[in-house]
Ligand binder design. Structure first.
Ligand code: PLP
Length: 389
């Protein structure tokens, strides 16, 4: 093995990809005088809905807001149970608690990391009202099976699509022919980034109208237009709502990001092929299995350390990568291990725990150079070679 020089600067785990086009677009909006929700937000909603093939999209200040509103729109509340994986970000389950409902953690499939459909079935009770499947890392869940379970038991499916801009299930974008709702995130680290931001997608007109109302104090329709010519000063508050609007500066950024998705995704796939070809040769590293139905958005690149074949565990592997100046992350620390969810600590989720103990997310973003990805691939290979059993 050739001698690998440790790079001098730290390679961040994630960086946004902002070009002059985004900067120009935001400057234009600043100069336009529309800062809050206005024409740019409407345009972004329209173009986003079109890009996934959904009837409606509502721009919000986060995916968390979208997940919360999705449950609210279907009147999920106290006494209701909602099935969600523990292998996800806290927002997927926190929003269930915010509604007053009870999260019920399901286990994951041991090869994909997405919620396991058999585990969903085993968790259904007479109180179950919804499922929150997470298209984990950008790999779609087994949606047909989940929709079937939902049909059989009359459940709502609120898809956590935070990782799923450009995820496809059987060739269709997540959000296309969506059963109830899909919630996308534009947080700074996501494939399409506006810093903070999210989009609630649905084909259900009632959900669309109610979500718009709830996202803006509970005001009646089109109250946001009240500052324009012909707008009325009158408005009503239908129910005590929230303040979750996307605003035009965000949308100005999002519109350009959306228009650059082909280019940015092509770069991700180029980097993924560098990683794939290096790691497919290493039996000590397992990669996420991609079923035939899956079109992966490559939001995260996850390697799984087979510690039976190595003298070091996942934590030591991360430290080694850090010594080589490579930033990494772990997606995710299971939610039932968190203080806020300590009463769930004894729930048996064996696949979730095994997955958690083996995973590392490597740097993957469109600003990452092919040289940097080659360096990461070489370092991972070297660490494996040096710690083989
Ligand atoms: C990022 C993320 C969210 C929350 O997105 P925000 O836009 O930050 O609210 C929800 N679920 C998952 C799985 C995420 O990774």
């Amino acid at each position: 093995m050739k001698n690998l020089k440790i790079r001098e600067d730290f390679l961040p785990y994630c960086l946004p990809d902002i070009s002059d086009k985004e900067i120009d677009s935001m400057l234009g909006t600043l100069k336009s005088g529309w800062l809050a929700k206005g024409p740019k937000t409407l345009e972004f909603q329209h173009k986003f809905a079109e890009s996934v093939g959904a009837k409606y999209a509502i721009g919000l200040n986060s995916c968390t807001a979208a997940l919360f509103l999705a449950l609210k729109c279907y009147n999920i509340g106290p006494g209701d149970e909602v099935i969600v994986p523990a292998m996800t970000f806290s927002a997927s389950a926190n929003t269930i608690l915010h509604c007053g409902a009870t999260p019920v953690f399901a286990d994951i499939d041991p090869e994909t990391g997405c919620i396991d459909t058999e585990s969903i079935k085993s968790k259904i009770t007479s109180r179950t009202k919804a499922i929150v499947p997470v298209h984990y890392s950008g790999l779609p869940c087994d949606l047909d099976t989940i929709y079937e379970i939902a049909d059989e038991h009359g459940l709502i499916v609120s898809e956590d699509a935070a990782h799923a801009v450009r995820t496809f299930y059987k060739g269709r974008a997540i959000g296309n022919k969506v059963r109830n709702t899909a919630s996308f995130s534009f947080y700074a680290t996501k494939n399409l980034a506006t810093g903070e931001g999210g989009m609630l997608v649905t084909d259900d007109e009632a959900v669309y109208n109610r979500a718009i109302m709830l996202a803006s104090h509970g005001m009646d329709a089109n109250a946001w237009k009240r500052y324009g010519k012909g707008g009325s000063w009158q408005y009503d508050i239908i129910e005590p709502g929230y303040k979750y609007n996307m605003f035009d500066l965000q949308a100005a950024l999002g519109l350009i990001q959306l228009s650059r998705m082909d280019e940015m995704q092509a770069k991700r796939f180029e980097l993924v092929s560098i990683y794939d070809s290096a790691f497919k040769q290493l039996p000590q590293i397992k990669l996420q299995y991609e079923p035939d139905y899956a079109g992966h958005s490559k939001h995260l690149y996850i390697i799984r350390i087979n510690s039976d074949m190595l003298t070091i565990d996942r934590n030591a592997f991360i430290e080694e990568l850090n010594r080589y100046n490579i930033g990494t992350s772990v997606h995710f620390i299971p939610l039932h291990m968190m203080t806020a969810y300590k009463k769930y600590r004894d729930v048996r989720l064996p696949n979730t725990m095994e997955w958690y103990e083996s995973i590392i997310s490597l740097p993957l973003y469109s600003k990452l150079s092919t040289e940097d990805a080659e360096y990461v691939a070489e370092v991972v290979t070297k660490i494996v070679e040096e710690h083989k059993k």
